[in-house]
Design a protein around this ligand. Structure first.
Ligand code: PMP
Length: 409
């Protein structure tokens, strides 16, 4: 552990945001589930792009256009490798997880679903993996069904199997809950869905910073994630889709770049994946994501996982030692997230006191209102950990929670 602590102390130094104080206190940033801080290498890559490479892509007009295009397509190649997709053609660039789910719902959804069909999700989904399916269901006359969770926050596998039927045409589930921390068994759920004849979309928003993902091994049909939760820029993300499926899907939005030929009467469309990327893309988002992928690979997921699991264990034990603290989500396989409440205190009041102590957490429903209803609470306080956190951050959290308890109870 000594060795890991030394490695991650150096990683921490790569994050300029952590050099500042908030409310006169040292910043303990424990809100990485909402967005991760950005390392210097990602910030520098984006600055370099704007300083020296600014140009539109895919135009082939001049030298800088080629540089920008190479940066953009290089990023697609890097994402394909990152997810172990079989080719870059299987990677569509989008604004993030939410847009990725909407893209699949509004394209594949209209060829893959008809009235009477079902979409199976889980009770722990983020609104971004619920609402797009409800909108599709309303459009085609299908129904959204949700598999339940167990008391410890794990997916209720029996309920999942019970709700999976020949009516189910797509199963959309999170790889890692942004509230409970629960990591689902992506490979098993995918196999069960395929056995029932359904396609699979995985919400990868919270998993991509934790472990290395292999979409070919999982065999999922679609996988979506956001760059900003992986040390990359806002407003950018990717959809992986199996090429054979992407080729059957109608376009998402119309406009420049997604076309082969346009006449006033009719348009023919570009090949996959460009067919799904209308308009000028978020080029600096792509090169920033490429730098973020290089950043995590430089550290290595084996080390990241080991370090984050140590932090999670430390945080869980310390928080549970405070009287009246209740943790939501104690799954055996968990990401580095601890959601909790102080019994008798409102989550927002706790969050505010923590903020005054320089401890940045999220307090609220975390865009998971159905899960809050299932847990029977209006919200929770969520501490989410990442590579730049250390035991001092957790000690600051614990001290602030103990103080909040004294002030509020
Ligand atoms: N799913 C999960 C599990 C998430 O944690 C989030 C972000 N909180 C989203 C989906 C939505 O991601 P984005 O807002 O980047 O589109």
């Amino acid at each position: 552990m000594e060795n890991l602590n030394a490695i991650f102390a150096r990683v921490r130094e790569e994050f300029p945001a952590l050099t500042q104080k908030v409310h006169g206190k040292k910043l303990s940033y424990l809100d990485s589930g909402a967005t991760t801080l950005k390392p210097r290498s990602v910030i520098d890559r984006i600055t370099h792009f704007y300083s020296y490479e600014t140009s539109n892509v895919h135009r082939g007009a001049h030298y800088l256009g080629d540089v920008a295009t190479q940066g953009f397509e290089g990023a697609r190649h890097s994402v394909a490798k990152f997810l172990n997709a079989s080719s870059s053609d299987e990677i569509i660039f989008v604004r993030g997880t939410t847009e990725g789910v909407n893209l699949v719902a509004q394209t594949w959804g209209h060829v893959g679903l008809k009235a009477g069909d079902e979409i199976l999700i889980t009770e722990m989904e983020h609104h971004g993996n619920i609402v797009p399916w409800q909108m599709l269901a309303e459009q085609v006359g299908a129904k959204v069904v949700a598999a339940g969770i167990l008391e410890n926050g794990e997916l209720d596998l029996e309920d999942f199997k019970k709700k999976l039927s020949s009516k189910t045409k797509i199963v959309a589930f999170t790889a890692s809950s942004n509230v409970l921390g629960t990591n689902t068994d992506m490979k098993l759920l995918t196999r069960l869905a395929h056995d029932a004849g359904a396609k699979v979309l995985i919400d990868g928003a919270q998993i991509v910073s934790q472990i290395s993902v292999d979409v070919q091994d999982i065999d999922c049909d679609f996988f979506v994630f956001s760059a900003h939760k992986l040390f990359g820029p806002f407003g950018f993300g990717a959809v992986f889709g199996k090429k054979a499926l992407l080729e059957q899907m109608p376009p998402y939005q119309g406009g420049g770049s997604m076309i082969a030929k346009v006449t006033i009467e009719k348009t023919t469309y570009n090949d996959v994946p460009f067919r799904f990327e209308a308009g000028t893309p978020h080029v600096e988002g792509a090169v920033g994501l490429h730098a973020a992928i290089d950043f995590v690979h430089r550290i290595g997921f084996d080390k990241i996982h080991a370090y984050e699991m140590d932090l999670l264990k430390y945080a869980t034990e310390k928080l549970l030692a405070i009287p009246d603290v209740k943790i939501y989500g104690m799954a055996a396989n968990k990401g580095p997230i601890v959601s909790f409440n102080i019994k008798g205190a409102h989550h927002s009041d706790v969050g505010q006191i923590l903020d005054q102590e320089g401890v940045a957490v999220r307090a609220g429903h975390h865009c998971t209102q159905p899960l809050m209803a299932r847990l029977g609470v209006p919200g929770t306080v969520r501490a989410s950990l990442s590579v730049y956190n250390n035991h001092d951050d957790i000690d600051a959290l614990v001290k602030a929670v103990a103080k909040a308890r004294e002030m509020l109870l």
